[in-house]
Design a protein. Structure first.
Length: 270
């Protein structure tokens, strides 16, 4: 029986090897997979978002096997054997993809809006609006996720840093209003926009600790005039960007990243 099983395994391995050679897109994996729309959508799904930690090999393998969409995956689907075949056939491409996932997830520590210790404070809410249509300043896709402040006025909800990092950009932007951009240690760029006010006088080059208060949720922007408010509802726009071989800032979808971070929230009294 053992000899028969070994023989069958050899046959299966030979078949898979031939299949991978004849079907180069089997894993949808090449040197620039991490620049594809499929990768950038970051469709983790509830099962992966519910995990306390994410293993990068397991995540990369699962994404490859599920064609970059884990929204319908179960827990047992999150660590398939695809990694072994991908590594044996395309090790450089696999590692590049894995490193891209690590860039995104390695430094994440806290959800950007803390929970309130005041039970009467309505929670901030959000949905998946990545690449939704926007028209201010011309037709474009929405490169981020909006966390909406419900019922409370501008300046009520504190905004904390998702990661450690260094301030790269700060100040007024026509579309983003008062914003701050932070580069995390593994390279992810986090963009926090439409702030009502800053928690301190941030300067480019300032170090930031995960969980540190950055400012307060607002409705600034959509104007060349600094300090303009009221052109939309109070919310925090969170954007996440990668540096890739062809892009200085390539947007990835923050929605499922934020879903994964929901279990990692600080508490503030507001």
């Amino acid at each position: 029986m053992r000899i028969l099983l070994l023989f069958l395994l050899v046959l299966l391995n030979a078949w898979l090897s031939d299949y991978l050679v004849e079907n180069p897109d089997f894993y949808q994996l090449d040197a620039y997979t991490w620049e594809s729309d499929e990768f950038r959508a970051l469709r983790l799904g509830e099962a992966a978002a519910g995990l306390d930690t994410l293993d990068m090999d397991g995540l990369t393998s699962a994404m490859l096997a599920a064609e970059y969409d884990l929204t319908d995956a179960d827990a047992e689907d999150l660590d398939p054997p695809a990694v072994n075949m991908a590594l044996s056939r395309r090790p450089a491409e696999y590692r590049k993809l894995r490193n891209a996932y690590e860039t995104i997830f390695a430094d994440l520590r806290y959800f950007p809006i803390p929970l309130s210790e005041n039970e009467r404070t309505p929670p901030a809410v959000y949905e998946n609006g990545w690449l939704d249509r926007r028209t201010y300043g011309g037709e474009r896709g929405h490169e981020g996720c909006d966390i909406m402040g419900t019922a409370l006025p501008r300046g009520s909800y504190p905004v904390v840093s998702i990661t450690d990092g260094v301030v790269e950009k700060v100040g007024w932007l026509e579309k983003g209003g008062w914003r701050i951009g932070i580069r995390a240690p593994h390279g992810l760029y986090l963009y926090y926009a439409h702030l009502y006010d800053y928690a301190r006088d941030w300067k480019e080059g300032d170090p930031v600790a995960a969980g540190q208060l950055l400012g307060f949720m607002g409705d600034t922007g959509y104007s060349a005039v600094e300090g303009t408010t009221g052109n939309f509802e109070v919310h925090l726009h969170v954007g996440m960007y990668l540096r890739t071989d062809h892009y200085d800032e390539l947007s990835v979808n923050p929605y499922w990243v934020l879903k994964w971070l929901e279990k990692k929230r600080l508490k503030y009294n507001y």
